[in-house]
Design a protein around this ligand. Structure first.
Ligand code: GLA
Length: 768
C-alpha cells in the first residue's frame, strides 16, 4: 500500500513501513524503514536540527538549521553541504557540478514502469510511487521510483534522470537506491571471494568512514556480490533487525556504506561510478538499474526467506520458473576437452541408468577446439569429435529419453577462429595497443548492434538445429581495453554499461525465441551470480568448486540472498578437482542436494556399488525435489564463529529435510542431540503433534574405516534412525543420537562421523 498525505509518503508492505516526507526547501527527508507502523506521527521522526552545527554548511541563510550533511534523505547530491558520498554526480562541459534537486510532484500507479533495456522485476501485485524532483536552476529532472507490493516485504527502487536542456550533461554517478539509516552500531554483511571460493560471508561492525563493495571487472563478479545486508548487532539467523539489499544488474556495481561523523549510515547501490560516465544528450534520459530492499525483524533467515520468495516469484520467469529442474550430468570434469561421440554416449547410457534426466555437453564441442586456445566464436560442431554433428548426438540422446543441453560462451572470441579472421574489429581492443587477454580469449564488442544481431542469429541457428533443451551460458574472463571499433562513436565512459545492455538485448531475444529452453548462467563458476542474470536465466552455476566442504561455505553465503532453486550444485569426483579433498559420495550428494542436483564426473569409471548409491540418491532427490528446490530454505548453525557443525533445512508445511554436517571429527564427545527448529523453518507443527523422524539411509564409505572395515556388514547403512517424536520435543529437548565412533566398544553400534561427513534427517507428519 502506498499512501501520500500532507507531503508524507508511507510505503507499507505486510510487515514493513518505509516513510519519507517532503521536508524544508523541498528536500526529501527520509524518516523510517523498519517494522510496519500502522499509525505514526511524522513530525516526531524528523531529523532536522534545532541548534546549529558549528562549522557545517547550512542550506542557505534563510534555512540556517537545515544541514544536509546531518539529515537522512532519499537522494543526495554534491555541492550543497552534504559531504557524504552522494546518489548523483554530474557535470557540464564547463565543469559545473553542483546539483540541488527539490520536490515537484508525485504519482501512484498500478504496475511497473518500463526499464528501457534493463531487466525488470514483474508481478501484478506491484504499485509504483513516482516522485519527481526538479533541479532548482538547471534543466534536469529526476524521477525516483518505489515499487511496493501488498503481498511481499520487498520494495524495488530505481531512479531516472532527464536532460531537458540543450547541452550535454555527463552523468558520473546515479544510484539506484539511497538508504540512510540512523544506526551507527549496525554490522555490514557482504559476500566476498574469488574464483572457486565465491560468496564467503564477511560480517563486520560499521566503523566511521566508507566501505566500498564493488566490481570493476566488467561483470557483477565473484570478488564482491552486489547483495549486502545491514544487521543489528544482536541479530542472529532467527531474530533481530536485518535489512537486505540487492541490485538487479550484471555489470560493474558499487555498494558504498558510509558512517558519517554524526553517526548516520548511508548506503548507496548502483552502477559503479568508478568505471562509468554517461553523456546524457539533450532531451534524453538515463535510467539506473532496479534495486531491491527487504527489512525483517526475524534475523538473517527472515531476510533470506523474503528475498527467496521475491527471486522465485518476481525475478525468475518463464515456463521453467516453477517447474522442477532436471537432474543433469555434465561431461566437463568427466572428459574435459578429450571426448568423442562414443565416449559421450557411454556416459549418457550410465547416466540414464542411474536416473539422470539431462545430458549437458560442455566446452570443446565446436570449431577446432582441442584446448582453450581456439575456436570461440565458431559455433558449429567439431567434426572429429562429433561426426554426426550436434543434431546427431542430440537425437541419440533424445532417443534414450534424455534431454540435451549445450555449453556456449557467446560473448567471447579466440584469435584462432574463423569469426576473428572475418571480423577482427569485433573484438574489444584499442587499435595499435595489444589488448589484455584472459584464458587465451577476447571479448566480443556487444555494444555494437551488428555484433549482437549476428550472435542472436548464430545462437538461434545452433539451438534450432541441435534441438537443445538446456543451455549453459558461460563467460570466462574479465574486461580490459574498453573501446569500440564500431561506427557508432559514443562516449567511451559508457562502454561497460552499453556492453551490459547488449548482453541483456541478446538474452532477451534468445529467451523470448526459445521459452522452453532452460538457461543456466555461468561465468568461471559463480563470477556473474546476480539478479540481472536471473531475470533471463532460471539458474546459475554456483561455483566451479564442488568440494564437499567449500560448497558448504559457498552455498551458505549464496543462500543469504538467492534461493536454492537458482543454485546449480553438482556431485563431482573424489579427490576433488579443485581442492584434492577426499570425501564420500554420500557427503557430496548431501550437500549438492540443497540446490539443483547434477553429477559432473566420469560415471562410466565408477564401480557398480557406487552407481547403486547414486541411483538411490537420485531416487531420493526426485522424491523430495520440490522441497529441495522450492521449499523454504533455512540456515541454522554454522562453522562461522568457530563452530564445528552446520545445519540447513528445507521445509514446507508437511515435510522437512535437514542436513547435519560436521567439519572435523573430535573423538569421545557427548552424544549428539537432534534438535530441529521446525516452526522457524516453515514446518508448521503443534508442540503436541507426533511427527515421524528418520535418517536418510546412507552407505558408509568402507575405504574410510581402515582396519575396522571388516567389522561392518556389507549392507550396514547410515544411522538407521526411525522414530516418532512430539514436535515440541524435537524443537527443544531433541532426540539423543547414538554415540559417535571412537575406536572402542562395539563399533557396529556407533555413528561414523569422519571429517567433512554429513547426515540427512527427514521429518514427516504422521498419517492418522
Ligand atoms: C568454466 C565453467 C566450467 C566449465 C569450463 C569449460 O570454467 O565454469 O563449468 O564449463 O568453463 O571451459
Amino acid at each position: 500500500m502506498i499512501e501520500a498525505k500532507n507531503g508524507v509518503f508511507n510505503l507499507a508492505t505486510p510487515n514493513t513501513s518505509y516513510i519519507f516526507k517532503v521536508g524544508e526547501c523541498g528536500v526529501l527527508e527520509h524518516l523510517y524503514y523498519g517494522k510496519r507502523l500502522d499509525a505514526f506521527d511524522a513530525e516526531l521522526m524528523s531529523n532536522v536540527q534545532n541548534v546549529k552545527i558549528c562549522d557545517a554548511t547550512a542550506y542557505d541563510k534563510d534555512h540556517s538549521l537545515l544541514f544536509l550533511d546531518n539529515l537522512m534523505t532519499e537522494f543526495s547530491t554534491e555541492g550543497r553541504g552534504d559531504y557524504r558520498l552522494t546518489s548523483m554526480k554530474a557535470s557540464y562541459d564547463n565543469g559545473h557540478s553542483v546539483l540541488d534537486f527539490v520536490y515537484e510532484t508525485y504519482s501512484i500507479t498500478h504496475g511497473i514502469p518500463s526499464m528501457e533495456g534493463l531487466p525488470s522485476v514483474y508481478g501484478d501485485e506491484f504499485s509504483t510511487l513516482e516522485v519527481v524532483l526538479k533541479e532548482r536552476l538547471l534543466p534536469l529532472r529526476l524521477r525516483l521510483y518505489y515499487l511496493v507490493s501488498d503481498e511481499k516485504d520487498a520494495i524495488v527502487r530505481f531512479s531516472r534522470v532527464e536532460n531537458e536542456g540543450s547541452e550535454d550533461v555527463y552523468i558520473q554517478a546515479l544510484a539506484s537506491l539511497q538508504l540512510d539509516v540512523p544506526n551507527p552500531d549496525w554490522n555490514l554483511v557482504t559476500l566476498d571471494g574469488a574464483w572457486a571460493r565465491e560468496r564467503m560471508v564477511c560480517d563486520r561492525p560499521l566503523r566511521p568512514g566508507i566501505h566500498i563493495n564493488d566490481s570493476k571487472t566488467g561483470a557483477s563478479g565473484a570478488f564482491h556480490n552486489p547483495a549486502i545486508a545491514l544487521k543489528a548487532p544482536n541479530a542472529t539467523e532467527f531474530q533481530g533487525d536485518v535489512i537486505g539489499l540487492n541490485l538487479i544488474y550484471s555489470g560493474n556495481h558499487q555498494e558504498s556504506v558510509e558512517l558519517s561523523p554524526y553517526g548516520r549510515g548511508r548506503v548507496l547501490t548502483g552502477i559503479n561510478p568508478n568505471t562509468f560516465t554517461w553523456r546524457l544528450k539533450a532531451k534524453s534520459s538515463f535510467t539506473a538499474p532496479q534495486a531491491v530492499m527487504v527489512y525483517s525483524d526475524k534475523g538473517l533467515n527472515g531476510m533470506s526467506h523474503e528475498m527467496h520468495r521475491f527471486v522465485n516469484e518476481n525475478v525468475c520467469r518463464g515456463p521453467w520458473r516453477d517447474k522442477e529442474r532436471p537432474v543433469l550430468v555434465n561431461n566437463w570434469e568427466a572428459t574435459y576437452f578429450d571426448f568423442n561421440e562414443e565416449k559421450l554416449l557411454d556416459l549418457a547410457d550410465t547416466a540414464k541408468d542411474v536416473g539422470i534426466e539431462l545430458f549437458v555437453l560442455d566446452d570443446g564441442w565446436f570449431g577446432e577446439r582441442e584446448n582453450d586456445t581456439t575456436s570461440l566464436g565458431d559455433w558449429t560442431a567439431n567434426g572429429r569429435k562429433l561426426p554426426n554433428g550436434l543434431a546427431g548426438l542430440s537425437s541419440k540422446l533424445h532417443e534414450k529419453g534424455l534431454m540435451f543441453g549445450i555449453w556456449i560462451e557467446p560473448e567471447m572470441v579466440s584469435e584462432k577462429s574463423r569469426l576473428f579472421e572475418r571480423h577482427p574489429d569485433w573484438r574489444i581492443a584499442i587499435p595499435n595497443r595489444k589488448p589484455g587477454v584472459g584464458r587465451n580469449q577476447y571479448i566480443l564488442d556487444w555494444t555494437r548492434e551488428d555484433v549482437t544481431d549476428y550472435m542472436i542469429a548464430c545462437i538461434s541457428t545452433l539451438l534450432e538445429e541441435s534441438k537443445a533443451n538446456y543451455v549453459k551460458w558461460d563467460m570466462n574472463r574479465f574486461f580490459s581495453d574498453f573501446n569500440t571499433q564500431g561506427s557508432d562513436k559514443y562516449f567511451m565512459g559508457e562502454f561497460l554499461h552499453r556492453y551490459v545492455l547488449g548482453f541483456y538485448k541478446v538474452l532477451e531475444a534468445l529467451t523470448a525465441k526459445f521459452p522452453d529452453i532452460l538457461f543456466e548462467g555461468c561465468a568461471s563458476g559463480g563470477n556473474r551470480f546476480d539478479l540481472g542474470v536471473l531475470c533471463y536465466m532460471n539458474q546459475i552455476w554456483t561455483s566451479d568448486d564442488t568440494d564437499v566442504l567449500m560448497r558448504q561455505f559457498i552455498q551458505w553465503g549464496t543462500s543469504f540472498f538467492y534461493p536454492q532453486s537458482v543454485m546449480g550444485c553438482h556431485v563431482s569426483a573424489s579427490p576433488n578437482h579443485q581442492s584434492l579433498r577426499i570425501s564420500s559420495i554420500e557427503d557430496r550428494f548431501n550437500v549438492a542436494a540443497f540446490g539443483i542436483l547434477g553429477y559432473e564426473m566420469d560415471l562410466t569409471r565408477l564401480p557398480s556399488n557406487e552407481l547403486d548409491v547414486i541411483k538411490e540418491q537420485i531416487r531420493f532427490y526426485k522424491k523430495n525435489r520440490r522441497l529441495f528446490q522450492f521449499g523454504t530454505f533455512t540456515r541454522d548453525i554454522s562453522y562461522f564463529n568457530g563452530g564445528n557443525n552446520l545445519k540447513w533445512l528445507v521445509a514446507d508445511e508437511e515435510h522437512l529435510v535437514m542436513l547435519d554436517a560436521c567439519m572435523l571429527n573430535v573423538p569421545n564427545m557427548p552424544n549428539d542431540r537432534l534438535v530441529i527448529p521446525l516452526l522457524d523453518a516453515g514446518f508448521n507443527a503443534r508442540g503436541t503433534e507426533r511427527l515421524l523422524v528418520s535418517s536418510r539411509a546412507q552407505r558408509i564409505d568402507r575405504s574410510r574405516l581402515g582396519d575396522n572395515a571388516s567389522k561392518f556388514k556389507e549392507d550396514q547403512r547410515g544411522l538407521g534412525l526411525k522414530t516418532s517424536v512430539y514436535a515440541g520435543q524435537l524443537e527443544s529437548a531433541g532426540i539423543v543420537l547414538g554415540q559417535r565412533f571412537t575406536g572402542s566398544g562395539d563399533i557396529r553400534l556407533t555413528r561414523i562421523r569422519p571429517d567433512f561427513s554429513t547426515e540427512m534427517y527427514i521429518v514427516d507428519r504422521m498419517m492418522i
